[in-house]
Design a protein around this ligand. Sequence first.
Ligand SMILES: *Cc1c(COP(=O)(O)O)cnc(C)c1O
Length: 374
Amino acid sequence: MIAIAKPYLTADEAQCAYDTILTGWVTQGPRVQEFEEKFASYTGAKYAVALSNCTTALHLAMIVADVKAGDEVICPSMSYVATANCIMYVGATPVFAEVNEHFNLDVSDVEKRITSKTKAILLVHQIGMPADIAAFKQLCEKHKLLLIEDAACAAGSAYQGQKIGSHSDLVCFSFHPRKVITTGDGGMVTTNREAFYKRLKLLRQHAMSVNDRERHHSTKIIFEDHLEVGYNYRMTDIQASVGIKQLEKLDFIIEERRKIAKRYNAAFSNIKGVKVQEEKEGYFTNYQSYTLLFDATSKATRNQFMELMLEKGISTRRGIMTSHRESAYKTTHSDLSLPLTEYYSDNSVVIPLFYPMSDQEIETVITTVRSILE
Ligand SMILES: *Cc1c(COP(=O)(O)O)cnc(C)c1O
C-alpha cells in the first residue's frame, strides 16, 4: 500500500526528544521558548506562542480577538471542522462562505455575508495554498473586521514573497503529523501585536501571573495569582525540541514536496476532465496535500477513481470535508446552500505526496492515475 502521507521524522528528532527528557524539564520551558523564537524569525512575525495544537491556537485567537456570544465570524465550510468549532467555543456563530477553485474563501461571496454582527473573518490557507490575503485585509479594513488566519496546513507557504505568519496579527499553525512538519501534536500562533502576545501566553497557562520558569529561577518566594479563567494549552519541551529540528528541515521538505508535485502536474495536467491545482503568480504552496478535481467529462467519477486506486494499492482521501453537512452542524444549517463548496468537496481527491516518497512509488502513482483516467 502506498500511504497518503507520512511525517518526515528521523533519528535526529528522536535524539532531540531523548536529550530533552534527560534534562528533567519536560513541559513548557526553554525548548518551547527557543522554538517560538525560531518560528517567529522563520515566518518574519514579531512574536510566536506555542500551543498544544492548532485547535487550541484557534480558540485562544478567538478569545484575544474578543470574539464572543452574539458575534459572527465568516469562514469556509470546506475545511477541517476545527475551523468552525473554534468559533463555537466562544459562543459565536460561524457563517459559512463559498470557496474558489483553490478551495480558499471567495472574497466577493464573503463580502455578501457581512452583517452588523460580523466581527472577524477566519481565512484558511487550504492544504497549504495561500488565500488572497491582500484582498481580505482590504475587505477587513473597509468593514472594520479582524482578520484571523487558519494556517494549520501552511507552515512554509508564502504569499507575495512573504512567509505565511507575517501578514496579519493572528495566524494559527498546526504540527499534527498530517501537516508538513510535526511535533506529534502541536500548534503555534504568530502575531506582531504585543498585547495579543502577552494575553496568549497568559491564557495558555491557566492565566497564571508567574510562569513556572520565573518561579523556578526566583531567589524569593513567589505566590502566583490567576488573573482570569485560563486554560492548559501548553506545548511540552519534548514536543518543542522535535519542532526545532523539524523547522530546520522545513524548507528542504517543501522543496522535495514541490519536486513531486511538479512531476504530478506534468503528468496529469492534460488529462481530460481533471484539473490540477495551479499556483498563481505571487502564491507559493508547500503542497501539504496534492489534489485532483474532476468534472463531468472525466473518464471515471471521483468515487470510482478512489476505488480503482485502492485496488491498485494506492491510498487516496476524499476532498476536503464540508462542515455544514457534518452531523454537528447539519441541523442548524439545513437550509444552507453552498453549491460550489459542495461541488469542490464531492469531486476532488487527495493522492499520495510525502517526503521521502521513492521514485518507484511516484511512478506507480503516475502510471496508475493515468491508466484510470486516460
Ligand atoms: C489540521 C487542521 C486543523 C486542526 O489542527 P490540529 O493541530 O489537529 O488541532 C485546523 N484547521 C485546518 C484547516 C486544518 O487542516
